[in-house]
Design a protein around this ligand. Structure first.
Ligand code: NI
Length: 193
């Protein structure tokens, strides 16, 4: 019994410290050159800068509203994860701002974003801007995109990633979009404190 007690203590302490310190383990993206300043326009036509989110964790996802499959699937998962957090851990949820940055500013006007983001989560912020501003922020986040003409118009190929950024604007990790919402919830609960 004594040896079993000893064996359990370190494991329990490990779990506690990992949780209490905001993830004692090094964040997977610690030190990565991802993120940076931006000034864009939100779905209400308001000018928004990265500094407006100082002190908040951010989920940063790049995509476009005309995306036929990938973006809606990913945003549905992120939205579901955030709704779970809203219920399970509202104080944690309040610390997170989800951002959807378009890589198709030609079609994604603020009005277009407005009728889109609400489908996924009430707090999801849609951001657009001049093509140069979008190119700059995408580059800062290591996101690539490319117009692909189709007979009826065009699609946008783009990097599929949802970054979790810290209150200091530095990258923490990318969220497991390939998994189900509970896995995303677990990841958020692990890093957001
Ligand atoms: Ni997409």
């Amino acid at each position: 019994m004594n040896s079993m007690f000893r064996a359990l203590i370190p494991a329990a302490m490990l779990v506690l410290s990992a949780c209490g310190a905001g993830g004692t383990g090094e964040p997977p993206l610690a030190g990565a050159r991802i993120g940076g300043p931006f000034t864009l326009t939100d779905q209400n036509g308001k000018i928004v800068s990265d500094g407006d989110f100082a002190g908040k964790y951010r989920i940063v996802y790049f995509g476009y509203t005309y995306c036929p499959d990938v973006c809606p699937t990913d945003l549905t998962k992120v939205g579901a994860a955030l709704r779970t957090l809203d219920k399970q851990a509202p104080r944690t949820a309040q610390k997170i701002v989800p951002l959807f940055i378009t890589i198709d500013p030609e079609r994604d006007t603020p009005a277009q974003l407005k009728q889109y983001v609400g489908n996924f989560h009430p707090r999801l912020i849609g951001l657009t801007g001049k093509p140069e501003a979008i190119a700059q922020v995408a580059k800062a986040y290591a996101v690539a995109y490319m117009k692909q003409p189709t007979p009826s118009g065009y699609l946008m190929g783009h990097t599929q990633v949802a970054y979790l950024m810290g209150p200091d604007g530095k990258p923490i990790t990318s969220l497991p979009l390939e998994k189900d919402p509970p896995a995303i919830v677990a990841e958020l609960e692990h890093w957001v404190h």
